[in-house]
Write a protein that binds this ligand. Structure first.
Ligand code: FE2
Ligand code: FE2
Length: 270
């Protein structure tokens, strides 16, 4: 029972906060280099697709054309589709048609997409939020999502949306997730949606929307120290991704450290 292999392995990346080549995020972090090194390691895990859940660029840095081209390289040469939604740092419509070239359908916003990954449906939703401290879905998006979900997929559906429909662990980020999660729940509660993948909080947190699991990946760029005082956000230089393994009867989420740590031992288990 526990020796079964996943039906599909996916990688979930979030919050790259890219700056232009030669610049540094907050004068200390080379986020383009972090992304390149991460992707070189992540492809060795042989993912069927890579989900990027928003904040591709840091606010006021114009990196989206380069990011689309870079993601396209993996899709064209390694046959790994990238499923990308925008975050509150990404200018309106910056995650446009150059992204998501493997989409099989599109919704009301440019990065509302449907992908079919070997029978698993992945739906990306633009949760807006540029210039605001929370995300939201429009009525048109709600209607579109309900329509798409009327027909179940072979292996079910995952949703990806930048703003999580669950609270943050950090006190100061509370209320900055997805507004009106109840309406989203009403739409998906009787559908084949198996999990929701989000980012935005820059710390890992898992929860549920009704009975549906919600996973918030750690950011690939910086992450908040949960020991910091409630009135303070302290960004740390560890970067994370998530392995999402999709089995017939469950979906698992494993945090994957992208930055350095020390080995304690090795053991041959072959
Ligand atoms: Fe972010
Ligand atoms: Fe964000």
């Amino acid at each position: 029972m526990t020796t079964q292999s996943p039906t599909l392995r996916l990688i979930h990346l979030s919050d790259l906060h890219l700056v232009e080549e030669g610049k540094l995020l907050r004068d200390v972090m080379d986020t383009p280099a972090r992304m390149r090194q991460a992707l070189d390691k992540l492809v060795t895990l042989d993912p069927a697709a890579i989900i990027v859940s928003g904040d591709i660029g840091q606010r006021n840095h114009y990196v989206h054309d380069d990011a689309a081209a870079y993601f396209g390289h993996f899709q064209d040469h390694l046959d790994i589709p990238f499923i990308t939604v925008s975050g509150n740092h990404d200018p309106i419509d910056s995650v446009g048609t150059a992204f998501n070239p493997a989409r099989i359908a599109s919704g009301p916003e440019l990065c509302d997409t449907v992908h079919d990954i070997h029978g698993l449906r992945i739906i990306g939703l633009d949760s807006h939020g540029v210039g605001r401290n929370f995300g939201h879905l429009t009525e048109a998006q709600h209607s579109w999502l309900a329509e798409v979900l009327q027909e179940p997929a072979v292996h079910g559906t995952l949703l990806t949306v930048h703003h999580p429909p669950i609270p943050s662990t950090t006190v100061s980020q509370r209320g900055s997730g997805l507004q009106d999660p109840e309406t989203l729940h009403d739409i998906i509660k009787d559908s084949d949606v198996r999990a929701i993948l989000s980012g935005h909080y820059h710390h890992q947190v898992a929860g549920t929307l009704g009975h549906i699991p919600v996973w918030v990946s750690g950011a690939a760029s910086y992450n908040f120290d949960l020991f910091a005082a409630p009135t303070m956000l302290r960004g740390m230089d560890d970067g994370w991704a998530t392995i999402v393994d999709v089995y017939p009867h469950t979906v698992t989420f494993s945090s994957l450290l992208l930055t350095s740590r020390q080995q304690v031992f090795t053991k041959d288990v072959s």
